[in-house]
Design a protein around this ligand. Structure first.
Ligand SMILES: Cc1cc2nc3c(=O)[nH]c(=O)nc-3n(C[C@H](O)[C@H](O)[C@H](O)COP(=O)(O)O)c2cc1C
Length: 239
C-alpha cells in the first residue's frame, strides 16, 4: 500500500513527506540534509515568514553556534538553484517564506471533494458541453435532501426534481441567465423522491476555463427554504 503523502509545490514538482524528497519533472532532486531540513520547515509553514535566526538554529541546533545569516542565505540560494520553480521570497529582509500557488495547496489536490461532500448546502456541478447539461457531481447534502444517492442523480439534468410541476416563472429566469452566462438565484418548487414538496433556493453560476475563458461547468448551490416559504404562505393567507 502506498502511504506516501505527496504535496504539490509547483508545476510538476512534488514533495514526498515520508521520504522527504523532491521530484521535479519525475526526477529526484539531489538535496543535502540541511536543504531537506529547511525545505521541510518552509513547507510545513508555507505562506508564513520564518526568521533567518529560526532557520539557522533549526539547522545548526547547537545554541553555542554564532548566528551567521550568510549560512542561511547560501542555503536558500542553493535550494533556489536546484528547484527554480519554487518561490522562496525574502520577507522584510530577515525572513524567508515559501509562497505557493493557491492551487498547489494539498487542499486542492486531495481534500476539495471531501470538503464539498460534507458541506451542509446542496452542491451540484453540471457539464454544459454534454448533451442536455447533465449533472456530473453532486454532494451528499443535495442527494439526501431529495432522497436520492449521488449515483442516482449523476447523468440527469436537474429538472427531474420539478416532476410535472413545470409551470414555474423562475425557470424562464434560469434559462435566460444560463444563456447569457450570468449568475441567477431563484426559489423553485422541487419534489423529494417520496413526492413531498420542497422549496429550494437555487443559485446557478457559469464556471469558465481560466485559460480559454470558455464555459466549462455550471455550479449549483441549493438551500432548502421550505419552512420560510410555508411561513410566507401563512402570512399571505392572513392579509
Ligand atoms: C448546476 C445546475 C443546478 C441546477 N439545480 C436545479 C435544482 O436544484 N432544481 C431544479 O429544479 N432545477 C435546477 N437546475 C435547472 C434545470 O437544470 C434547468 O436548467 C431548468 O429546469 C430550466 O431549463 P429547462 O427548461 O430545460 O428545464 C439546475 C441547473 C444547473 C445548471
Amino acid at each position: 500500500m502506498n502511504t506516501h503523502h505527496i504535496i504539490k509545490l509547483c508545476d510538476r514538482c512534488y514533495w514526498d513527506t515520508t521520504t522527504e524528497t523532491i521530484k521535479l519533472h519525475n526526477e529526484n532532486v539531489p538535496l543535502t540534509s540541511n536543504m531537506r531540513k529547511v525545505l521541510k520547515l518552509l513547507i510545513t509553514n508555507y505562506n508564513k515568514p520564518i526568521s533567518s535566526i529560526d532557520i539557522f538554529f533549526h539547522i545548526w541546533e547547537n545554541f553555542e553556534n554564532e548566528y551567521k545569516p550568510r549560512n542561511v542565505r547560501n542555503l536558500i540560494s542553493n535550494i533556489r538553484k536546484r528547484i527554480p520553480c519554487l518561490s522562496i521570497v525574502n520577507y522584510y529582509g530577515g525572513s524567508y517564506m515559501l509562497k505557493k500557488n493557491r492551487e498547489s495547496h494539498p487542499l486542492f489536490s486531495e481534500n476539495l471533494i471531501d470538503i464539498l461532500d460534507q458541506a451542509q448546502n446542496g452542491i451540484t456541478i453540471s457539464d454544459p458541453n454534454q448533451n442536455d447539461n447533465p449533472v456530473i457531481y453532486v454532494n451528499h447534502a443535495f442527494a439526501n435532501a431529495f432522497g436520492y444517492t449521488p449515483e442516482e442523480v449523476i447523468g440527469k439534468n436537474c429538472r427531474f426534481l420539478q416532476g410535472d410541476d413545470r409551470n414555474q416563472p423562475a425557470l424562464e429566469e434560469i434559462r435566460q441567465a444560463m444563456q447569457a452566462f450570468k449568475d441567477v438565484t431563484v426559489t423553485l418548487r422541487n419534489y423529494h423522491k417520496s413526492g413531498q414538496l420542497i422549496y429550494s433556493e437555487v443559485t446557478i453560476s457559469p464556471i469558465f476555463d481560466k485559460k480559454t475563458h470558455k464555459l466549462k461547468y455550471f455550479l449549483g448551490i441549493q438551500k432548502d427554504v421550505t419552512s420560510l416559504q410555508q411561513l410566507i404562505q401563512q402570512i399571505k393567507g392572513m392579509v
